[in-house]
Each structure stands twice: as structure tokens, then as C-alpha cells.
Design a protein around this ligand. Structure first.
Ligand code: ADP
Ligand code: MG
Length: 371
């Protein structure tokens, strides 16, 4: 078993507060991704779990044991960083064996463990090479192998794929996800790349300015972002945002006005709001469809700047109500009329509404399934 529990974890460098009290429970075998912009505190948090950085406040437990003051070497964790930190003068075999020799394991056992890790990562044919004779992706696999051989309770990864080119990054992403399935270990993975987070995680922790913005499954974060920040950070192209005001509200709905003529009733809860209060409407690019005539759908007239046909999808770039708009369709139905305008529709259940302090108004319906 390897659960990780964080309670009120804080980090300060002198007077500078970096992490402001992080609470998080990570279950055994879970693949958890910390995602957020550069400087949000992801690495600091991971390094505190790893024992490489002192904890300024709060409690860190691995299983039932408080480890705040336990040395990194005694926490039984395997760490992989962006810089592979392989020993350049040692072969791949000796790089893999190194942590086991340090642990004074028997020679035949070391050989067996190295062989096993090499087979798992498909680097058996590289065992006699030195790191400089390897590609970036191969080096990264050796670095992962070196973490695996010790059979750690928890793997910690800090942006391990950032130095790789795009194609290799996608391959390695799949490899690491498969590895997680095979080993079944608890893994904590740091990235600034929301696509990595969405594709690999069981649970995503979105960090911003040293605070947790939202914790949830990729599905939750995509369909039920709790804040405007999460809504804009998760998903590419980004969610469209349109300013609007609150016209009226009741228990189950709010009516918003985008201008004098365009008002819509949406199934979100805003009892606590004041009429006339400025709000922001959010619509994902892929939630725009051709108008269907369904009652209550929100129709937006878009001035089209240009349309990109990628074969598998079509992107539309334009503006509406003074804001830039991006729409995305798996088919090719974006045909602007002579006026250069196109009317696109969004279902009320796909509309997100945010207050000016960035909180999403709670939605009453369950999220739809992935389609
Ligand atoms: P991320 O990994 O999300 O990019 P970091 O955890 O590396 O962010 O950094 C979080 C914040 O802590 C940043 O503002 C960074 O400048 C600050 N920071 C990191 N290390 C130190 C340090 N040794 N001394 C002072 N500030 C630091
Ligand atoms: Mg970092």
C-alpha cells in the first residue's frame, strides 16, 4: 500500500509564502497529476513529498506515517526529473544498477532486477551503451528504469517529457501510462501541459499561485470547471468567454443578458447574485453547433475571420459581441454567408457562468458522458 496524505502543507522561503496550505489525499495506485502554469508551486510541492525540500508547515503522511522529518532516502520513493541526471561515465546497465549497489543488494539480485526493468522499458539492447550514445527518449527511459529497480512505494515525476520533441513526448506519455497499469504503483506527475494531465491522470490537481484551484477527474475538470481559471486552462483551444449581466434568477436558473436583445435562461444556480451583476459566459469551442431549433438554445452571430480545415476537424476563428471566438467542429459545417457571418448555437446545458471573482455558478444537472 502507498497512500499519500497532505494536510495544510505550506512552504515559505524566508518571508515569501510559496504554498499556502495544500490538502490532498492520494489513494493507493492512483495516477495523480499536478498541473498549473510555471511558478504555481508544482515542483516545490513534489519536492516536499520527495523529501528534497523542507516542509514549512502542515503534515505529510505516507500511509499512516508522518514523514515530515524523514530523509528522502528513507521515504522509499522513485524520482524522475526533466534533466535525466544519468551518470555519463557509466553504462546503462551500471546506471540502473547504481541505486541497488548503494543499497548493498547481492550481485545476482542486482543483475536480475536490472534485466527485469530493462525488459519492461524495452531498453535491453542498450544496456552496454553510455548515456551519450542514446537519444533523448532512450535516456528518459533509463532514468525511469533507475527509479523502477528500487521498487519504490510511490513514483514522483517532474516534467519528465519536457525535453523531448512532440512525437516522442506522445510516445513516452503512452509508455508511462502503460507502465502505471503494469506496476499499479501510486504515481505523482508534475506537468505544465494540460494535455498530459488530461490523458494520463486518474486525478488532476490544478495549482495556481500556490493554491489548489480544483481537484477532480479529467472529465470533471473539462465539464465542470469550478473556476474560470480552470475553465481556461483545461481544454485546447481555450474556452470562449463573453461578458454578460444577470437579468433575473430563481432557485434553479439564471437569466443572463449578453446585450439588450440577446438573453437566455441557463440551468445554473445563482440565488445569491444581485440583479444587474456582471458575469462571464463560457462556451467551449467544441460545444458550438449549427442551430438545431431546440427550445432555449443560445444562438450567437459570429463575424468570421477565417476557417481552417484540418481534415479531422474544422476550426473557425471570428468575433461576437466584441470578443474573439473559436469554434471547433468534427465536420465541415462552418459556412459563413455573404455577410461573412455565421450563426452558431450552444445548448444551455453546455454553458458555463462565472462570477467576476472567477467562481463557476454550480450546475444542477449531472455532467454528460464522454462522447
Ligand atoms: P513550478 O514547478 O510550478 O513552475 P516552482 O515550485 O518551481 O513552480 O516554484 C514556485 C514558486 O516558488 C516560484 O515563484 C519560484 O520562484 C519560487 N521558488 C522556488 N524555489 C525557490 C527558492 N529556492 N527560493 C525562493 N523562491 C523559490
Ligand atoms: Mg517546476
Amino acid at each position: 500500500m502507498a497512500e499519500v496524505h497532505l494536510e495544510g502543507i505550506r512552504k515559505a522561503y524566508g518571508d515569501l509564502d510559496i504554498l499556502h496550505g495544500i490538502d490532498l489525499d492520494i489513494a493507493h495506485g492512483e495516477f495523480v497529476v499536478f498541473v498549473g502554469p510555471s511558478g504555481s508551486g508544482k515542483s516545490t510541492l513534489l519536492r516536499m513529498i520527495g523529501g528534497l525540500e523542507k516542509i514549512s508547515g502542515g503534515t505529510l503522511k505516507i500511509d499512516d506515517k508522518v514523514v515530515n522529518r524523514i530523509d528522502a532516502a528513507d521515504r522509499n520513493l522513485g524520482m524522475v526529473f526533466q534533466s535525466y541526471a544519468l551518470y555519463p561515465h557509466l553504462t546503462v546497465r551500471d546506471n540502473l544498477a547504481f541505486p541497488l549497489r548503494m543499497a548493498k543488494m547481492r550481485k545476482d539480485q542486482i543483475a536480475a532486477k536490472v534485466q527485469e526493468a530493462a525488459a519492461l522499458l524495452q531498453i535491453e539492447h542498450l544496456l552496454d551503451r553510455k548515456p551519450k550514445q542514446l537519444s533523448g527518449g532512450q535516456r528518459q527511459r533509463v532514468a525511469i528504469g533507475r527509479a523502477i529497480v528500487r521498487e519504490p512505494k510511490v513514483f514522483l515525476f517532474d516534467e519528465p517529457l519536457s525535453n523531448l520533441d512532440t512525437e516522442l513526448r506522445v510516445q513516452m506519455r503512452v509508455q508511462i501510462a502503460k507502465l502505471h497499469r503494469q506496476l499499479g504503483n501510486t504515481m505523482i506527475y508534475v506537468t505544465h501541459d494540460q494535455v498530459e494531465a488530461m490523458t494520463m491522470a486518474d486525478k488532476i490537481v490544478v495549482l495556481k499561485d500556490g493554491r489548489v484551484e480544483q481537484v477532480g477527474s479529467p472529465h470533471d475538470l473539462y465539464h465542470r470547471p469550478a473556476t474560470r481559471f480552470v475553465a481556461g486552462f483545461i481544454g485546447s483551444p481555450r474556452m470562449n468567454f463573453l461578458p454578460c449581466t444577470l437579468k433575473s434568477k430563481d432557485q434553479a436558473r439564471v437569466e443572463i443578458a449578453l446585450n439588450e436583445k440577446l438573453t437566455r435562461s441557463l440551468p445554473v444556480q445563482g440565488d445569491f447574485l444581485a440583479s444587474g451583476q456582471p458575469l462571464t459566459l463560457g462556451i467551449r469551442p467544441d460545444d458550438f453547433v449549427a442551430p438545431t431549433g431546440a427550445p432555449g438554445e443560445l444562438i450567437v452571430d459570429i463575424d468570421v475571420d477565417f476557417v481552417e480545415h484540418l481534415g479531422s476537424a474544422t476550426y473557425l476563428y471570428g468575433s461576437a459581441l466584441g470578443e474573439n471566438i473559436v469554434a471547433l467542429s468534427p465536420t465541415d459545417h462552418f459556412h459563413a454567408g455573404k455577410s461573412g457571418q455565421i450563426a452558431l448555437a450552444a445548448s444551455p446545458s453546455d454553458c458555463h457562468v462565472f462570477t467576476n471573482d472567477g467562481k463557476a455558478l454550480p450546475r444542477l444537472e449531472a455532467p454528460k458522458n464522454w462522447n
